[in-house]
Design a protein around this ligand. Structure first.
Ligand code: SF4
Length: 701
């Protein structure tokens, strides 16, 4: 690369879903790429968090995969691209002939661009299967399900900008923007709070969000520190409090009667569900004083514009869909939808998790969330693609992993790391070992790559162009500085080659823009976008025709449900599948850190990030520490019915008595060796947020 002659390129941070713009400047040495601020970037206006500033550190990391590898006699050896491509194409054909197309699974990646995920899901469907999914299954599958079913679209209803300008109250439940979306928190939400907005945080763990808003015991902000898995009873207390108050004081308008009458359905069902609901008993179950929850209900119901933020503390439960439905219930009965500063807003974790879903890398939907079992929608995509699409939803990624070695014989993994990201990770590794053929396409040798037959070395985020879609539906362009290692390939180049070898037609794209042009033909909400129109500002979807400016907030006039009405539905408490007992007396819950990113493939290789937090730890409440005899900083063994990890104990009041808290980022002590593989039956998201656990002390570190 003649890097010394290149200008910096404007691109998007590869980490979280906020979508901050940054510049990448090639240095004088080949492979030397440096971060530069982009002062006019539309989302962040030049500000950046520690991850964004350190993002270029992994681009030329010494661990980069630089040649294709093929496993032979249990060892990897270097291979040519020709040999690797031929092997992959032959094995994919063999599996289809011997077992049928549904014997393959395809994993897309929320770290990879829209064009590449679009190609991967098209490849899966051309192969003949809908067994294609991405890691949204692990983070917001239940949120997407509830929002899509009850409102219309599986995405933030509002945008960061209108929330900053118009919201009077932020209800943040199971989300931690102070840690996970630092620029959204500091530049948007905190600004609103400085101008008078109130924060109600509902979370089992005190964290950077608690500290960033200085939430303490004084009004008006509140932290309702509930027991893990009690979000439904807590919200039912809120809903019942609002219903009761409205019955006695309708003039206060806590329920927006006109909105409920004209724009919703199901209100009577909610009232019936809550008729015999016992608020005192529920508050005890939540571990939160009833008066505090009732005060929060009043604060939400009396705000002019109240916005809900929902995160993985809500979605990653076996009752994840119900959890989010109850937030939708709250917004609908109070009329907090369809205008600026309101809504139900999932904060998306990865820089393109929204886009990966938008472009159809999911087993039940085609691009634009068109259902695969909707004949009309499917046929409209078939008209463009020129082949028949299977009409039954495929398996989700966790289901594919469950079936590995049984009905699933082969796996194509693009930029994912299921051996660390899926629950009950030891069992996942054992099942992947039973596959007949596995392709891993990535930038580093991940834990999953150990189980691969072929490893295809891809380029990083900084080396290539395409588009990504951030948490508030803004589609933005990424631009690359060129390859750092000549023998690596862009994900789209690899998929183009494999698709063309297998099927001749339909995969021969010269560049990302050509792919985007096809994508917009089959994805109605992207149809009005072109690379030129995206420019440097990007566009929010839906953007149906060229010239549409995109909608910063949704549902101004009607919801995108069949009836056009927002769907209210009462929900009842479902406790976590595992609750404490004599053998495992603690509740284990998990969450992420600001300095790290999911399975740590990139962030643990970043010197800046790793220096902040180099290894995993577990938060233990002082009362539990005393009971177990744990000193702060001592190494303990944390175990569940599925595995054990050794890590440092942090004795802290951030957690509550009986609840231990840890993170999934570190391979040596990954929380997912312990987490429970039980799924929400509709969205198939695993219950990462609650498992029964035990601690052993006096162990060898
Ligand atoms: Fe990157 Fe998110 Fe930090 Fe912005 S807030 S710099 S997108 S990690």
């Amino acid at each position: 690369m003649s890097s010394d002659q290149q200008e910096p390129v404007k691109t998007i941070c590869p980490y979280c879903g906020v979508g901050c713009g940054i510049k990448v400047q090639p240095g004088e040495e080949s492979g030397d790429v440096r971060f530069m601020p982009w002062g006019e970037a539309p989302v962040n206006e030049g500000r950046i968090c520690i991850k964004g500033g350190a993002a270029t550190e992994v681009v030329d990391h010494e661990d980069r995969l630089t040649e294709p590898r093929i496993k032979e006699d249990g060892e990897f050896r270097e291979a040519s691209w020709e040999e690797a491509y031929e092997y992959v194409a032959d094995e994919l054909e063999r599996i289809r002939e011997e077992y049928g197309p549904d014997a393959m699974g395809f994993f897309g990646s929320s770290k990879v661009m829209n064009e590449e995920n679009y190609l991967l899901q098209k490849l899966a469907r051309r192969y003949g299967t809908n067994n294609v999914d991405n890691c949204t299954r692990m983070c917001h599958a239940s949120t997407v399900w509830a929002l899509r079913t009850s409102l219309g679209a599986g995405a933030m209803t509002n945008s960061m900008r209108d929330l900053r300008e118009e919201a009077d109250l932020f209800w943040i439940q199971g989300a931690n923007p102070g840690e996970q979306h630092p620029i959204a928190n500091s530049q948007y939400f905190r600004q609103a709070v400085l101008e008078g907005a109130t924060v109600i945080q509902v979370d089992p763990h005190a964290n950077k969000t608690t500290r960033s808003f200085e939430i303490d015991d004084t009004d008006p902000h509140q932290h309702l520190q509930l027991n893990p898995g009690t979000d439904i009873p807590l919200l039912n207390i809120v809903l019942k409090t609002i219903l009761e108050h409205h019955e006695e004081n309708p003039e206060d308008g806590w329920i927006d009667e006109a909105f409920v009458a004209e724009r919703t359905e199901g209100f009577e069902d909610l009232k019936a569900t809550l008729e015999d609901f016992d608020k005192e008993a529920a508050a005890e179950e939540c571990g939160v004083p009833l008066e505090a929850i009732e005060l929060a209900a009043k604060q939400y119901a009396t705000a002019d514009n109240a916005a809900i933020f929902t995160g993985m503390g809500m979605s990653q439960h076996a009752c994840g869909v119900d959890n989010v439905q109850n937030e939708i219930n709250l917004a609908l009965i109070t009329g907090n939808l369809g205008r600026p500063g309101t809504g139900v807003n999932p904060l998306r974790g990865q820089n393109n998790v929204q886009g990966t879903c938008d472009v159809g890398a999911m087993p039940n939907v085609l691009p634009g969330y068109q259902l695969v079992d909707d004949d009309e929608a499917r046929e409209s995509v078939e008209d463009v693609w020129g082949f028949e699409i299977p009409d039954e939803p495929g398996l989700t990624n966790v289901e594919i992993s469950y079936e590995a070695g049984d009905s699933i014989k082969g796996l194509y993994v693009m930029g994912e790391n299921p051996v660390m990201s899926e629950p009950d990770a030891n069992a996942v590794a054992e099942r992947l070992a039973d596959l007949e053929f596995t392709v891993v396409q990535d930038i580093f040798h991940t834990e999953t790559a150990d189980y691969a037959d072929v490893i295809l070395p891809a380029t990083t985020w900084a080396e290539r162009g395409g588009t990504v879609t951030n948490t508030d539906r803004r589609v933005q362009r990424m631009r690359g500085v060129g390859k750092v290692h000549e023998n690596t390939r862009h994900d789209r180049e690899i998929l183009t080659e494999i698709g063309t070898r297998l099927f001749d037609k339909g995969f021969d794209f010269a560049d990302p823009e050509e792919i985007f042009e096809e994508l917009r033909q089959v994805c109605p909400s992207y149809h009005g976008m072109t690379y030129d129109l995206l420019g440097e500002e990007g566009l929010h979807w839906p953007c149906y025709e060229p010239g549409d400016e995109g909608d910063p907030f949704l549902y101004e006039d009607e919801f995108e449900t069949e009836s056009g009405l927002g769907h209210i539905e009462g929900v009842e408490h479902t406790p976590p599948a595992e609750t404490p007992d004599d053998e495992y007396p603690l509740i284990l819950t998990t969450a992420r850190l600001e300095e790290h990113y999911n399975t740590g493939t990139m962030s643990t290789r970043s010197p800046t990030l790793n220096k902040q937090t180099p290894e995993n730890f577990v938060d233990v409440h002082p009362a539990d520490a005393e009971r177990y005899g744990i000193e702060d900083g001592e190494y303990v063994r944390l175990r569940s019915r599925r595995g054990e990890i050794t890590l440092e104990a942090h004795v802290t009041e951030d957690t509550t008595e009986g609840v231990v808290w840890t993170t999934p980022h570190f391979a040596a002590a990954s929380a997912n060796k312990l987490t429970n593989h039980v799924l929400d039956e509709r969205a198939k998201i695993p219950e990462y947020k609650a498992a029964a656990a035990e601690i052993d002390v006096d162990i060898e570190p």
